[in-house]
Write a protein that binds this ligand. Structure first.
Ligand code: TRP
Length: 377
C-alpha cells in the first residue's frame, strides 16, 4: 500500500513514489529516445542513466539542440554544508563528473554556506564553516577537472552574488515561495530570500563570460522546487531558462520504506565518505535491511527479494558492471546467495570506492577550484 511520503528541499521522508513525483513536480521522464540522443554524444551511457537512477529532466532537449548547434552548456550543481558528506551525496556528483568528462564542459559548484545555517535551528555559523571546508575536500575528491571547475561559496563570493541575487529576489513574491516551499509567517526572512541565491549560479557564468550560455543542473529531485521558481525568473532578466536532470535518492540502510533518503543525522544507517573499512562493513552487516528469508533453509528454497534488499539496491547505484549485477540478482533470487554474502559484496564494493575517495581527498587542494573573477578578465 502506498504510504504518505514527502519531498521538499528541507525534508524527505517515507516511501517515495517517483512516478507521482514526476507528475506533482511537472518534470519529464527521461525516456529512451532521449537517452539514445545523449548516447550519441557520450558513448556508452553511465549506469545511472542505464538504470534510471537519473530518471527525469527539464529541457534536456534544448540542451542537446544547442550543443549540436555548437552552443555548449555549462554545468551547475551544489552542496549546502551541514554535516559530513555521505555516499548518497556522491551520486549526483559522480554523474556530474561524467557529464563534464563526456561533454568537456565547465562546472560551477555552489556551496551555499548560509543555507543550512538558516534552516537548521541548531547549526551555528562557525560549525557550518567547518563543514564547508570539509565538504569542499569531498567535492574536489570526486575528480572534477580543476581547470574547468569553479567553486562558488556564497559568503566568500558575496560581492559577485549579491547584486545578481537582488535581480532574482525582486521578481519573487512571498506568496510564490509559500506555494513552492510551504513557507509561512514563521519562516525566517533569510530562509525566504535564500532561493534567490541558489538561482544565481544558473546565469552568473554568462555574466562573467559576457556570453549567453545554456545551463544544465544535475541534482537530486528534492531541489526541483528551487529551479521551478528560478526558471520563471531567469528568462526575465535576459538568460536562458536553466535545464535540469534529476536523480532519485539513495535509501538509508534501514530500507526504502523506512528512509527513502539517506540522512546525515541518522548515523547508524548512513555511510559517510570518510568512514573507514571496518565501520563500513560493520554498519552494513548490522543495519542493512535484508530481503532474505528468516532461515537458511527457507532462503535456499525460496530465495531473497532484491527489490526490497538495501544491499542489492545500493549495488544498483555502485556496481557499474551490468553482467556482475545480473549474476548477483539471479543468485540471490534463486537462493544460491545468502544475505550475508550479498552484504560482503556490497562492503567490498563500497570500501574500494571509498579508499579511492580518501586518497583523492588527501591530495585535493581546494584553492585550485575556487572561482576567481580575475580568471575571466
Ligand atoms: N540546496 C542544496 C543542498 O541543500 C545545495 C545546492 C545549491 C544545490 N545549489 C544547488 C544542489 C544546485 C543542486 C543543484 O545541499
Amino acid at each position: 500500500m502506498a504510504e504518505k511520503f514527502k519531498v521538499t528541499p528541507w525534508e524527505v521522508r517515507g516511501n517515495i513514489d517517483y512516478d507521482k513525483l514526476i507528475k506533482d513536480f511537472g518534470v519529464e521522464k527521461l525516456d529512451d529516445p532521449l537517452l539514445k540522443r545523449i548516447e550519441k554524444h557520450t558513448g556508452k551511457l553511465h549506469h545511472f542513466l542505464r538504470r534510471k537512477i537519473f530518471f527525469a529532466h527539464r529541457d534536456m532537449k534544448f540542451i542537446l539542440d544547442e550543443y549540436e548547434k555548437g552552443n555548449p552548456f555549462f554545468l551547475y550543481t551544489g552542496r549546502a554544508p551541514s554535516g559530513h558528506v555521505h555516499i548518497g551525496h556522491l551520486v549526483p556528483w559522480m554523474f556530474t563528473k561524467w557529464l563534464q568528462d563526456k561533454f568537456g564542459v565547465e562546472l560551477y559548484f555552489q556551496f551555499p554556506d548560509e543555507e543550512k545555517f538558516l534552516f537548521k535551528q541548531n547549526l551555528e555559523w562557525d560549525k557550518a564553516q567547518e563543514y564547508l571546508h570539509e565538504n569542499m575536500l569531498d567535492v574536489a575528491a570526486v575528480g572534477f577537472d580543476p581547470k574547468k571547475t569553479h567553486f562558488i561559496v556564497d559568503s566568500v563570493h558575496a560581492g559577485l552574488m549579491y547584486k545578481e541575487a537582488m535581480k532574482v529576489a525582486k521578481r519573487i513574491t512571498f506568496s510564490t515561495t509559500k506555494a513552492a516551499f510551504g513557507f509561512g509567517n514563521e519562516t525566517n526572512i533569510g530562509g525566504i530570500f535564500y532561493t534567490a541565491m541558489q538561482a544565481v549560479p544558473a546565469f552568473l557564468p554568462c555574466i562573467l563570460k559576457k556570453k549567453k550560455m545554456p545551463c544544465l543542473i544535475p541534482h537530486a529531485i528534492d531541489q526541483d522546487p528551487h529551479f521551478r521558481v528560478s526558471r520563471d525568473v531567469i528568462p526575465k532578466i535576459g538568460f536562458y531558462k536553466p535545464a535540469s536532470i534529476q536523480c532519485r535518492f539513495l535509501p538509508g540502510l534501514g530500507g526504502m520504506q523506512q528512509d527513502g533518503k539517506m540522512s546525515s543525522s541518522a548515523e547508524e544507517t548512513t555511510i559517510y565518505a570518510i568512514d573507514d573499512e571496518k565501520t563500513v562493513r560493520k554498519k552494513i552487516m548490522k543495519h542493512a535491511f535484508s530481503g532474505g528469508k528468516d532461515t537458511v533453509e527457507e532462503h535456499r528454497k525460496h530465495g531473497g527479494n532484491p527489490d526490497i534488499d538495501v544491499s542489492y539496491q545500493w549495488l544498483t547505484f555502485f556496481e557499474e558492471d551490468d553482467g556482475r549485477l545480473r549474476n548477483i540478482y539471479e543468485d540471490y533470487t534463486s537462493g544460491k546467495m545468502l544475505s550475508g554474502e550479498l552484504k560482503q559484496i556490497l562492503a567490498d564494493k563500497l570500501n574500494g570506492m571509498l579508499r579511492k575517495h580518501r586518497e583523492s581527498r588527501e591530495k585535493a587542494k581546494v584553492e585550485d577550484f575556487m572561482l576567481s573573477e580575475a580568471k575571466f578578465k
